[in-house]
Design a protein around this ligand. Sequence first.
Ligand code: SAH
Length: 239
Amino acid sequence: MTDAAEALLLTTAMDWGLHLTTQQLAQFAAYAAALVRWNEHTNLTTITQREAIYVRHFLDSLALAPHLGRKPTSLVDLGSGAGFPGLPLKLVYPELTLLLVDSVGKKTAFLQHVVAHLGLEGVRVVTGRAEELGHDPGERERHSLVTARAVADLRVLVEYAMPLLHLGGRLIAPKGRDAAHEADAAAVALAQLGGSLNAIVPVQLPGLDPRALIVIEKISPTPSRYPRPNGIPVRRPLK
Ligand code: SAH
């Protein structure tokens, strides 16, 4: 039986070319239930009503799917929190190799739990800061896709993300209605870090204000001094 929240997920995803199977719907249901259960003792999200979880977390995450390229193979989700947008994308692209990163251990404990609970393979969960990951030789300039929702202003986000991307890789950042303004303000940072604004794509979710995805492409190598040490990108954004 599908309920109203599942029906909305199913039909909206279909509009975006995603055909969810019964098994995938069951995984989303198990994810939502785990999120509500854990949220009783761990502060993971302020969105706890079932339909809101489906729209503001699941669909808002899946809105990135059409922009990941034809056959996405690997993705890094920075500041993933309770797994958004990374985990819903993994549920619709099971072959995706996923790296979920968050600096807060309580969040990554939940992520570990839900990855095991849903029986997902090819997912790594790292407790750490983006500023450090960007200097890890195993991660730097190794990735083709980075996502980050509600983590930082774009100027800051590009300093976190660009070092991780190889040339031609993409950062996709969901933003609110001020996306164009944020993109303008990030122009200098982008130039310094080797990124280029590719597109600002409007996104409409059922019943919500218009949102946008900022798509940035890596066009030249990131100088080795970036990202700067922990906390500096936020305190002194490039400008
Ligand atoms: N992406 C999730 C969570 C947003 S809250 C969502 O959209 O629902 C922002 C998260 O980013 C928090 O969990 C915080 O711990 C994490 N975060 C912020 N700055 C970070 C950094 N520099 N490195 C790693 N994680 C960071």
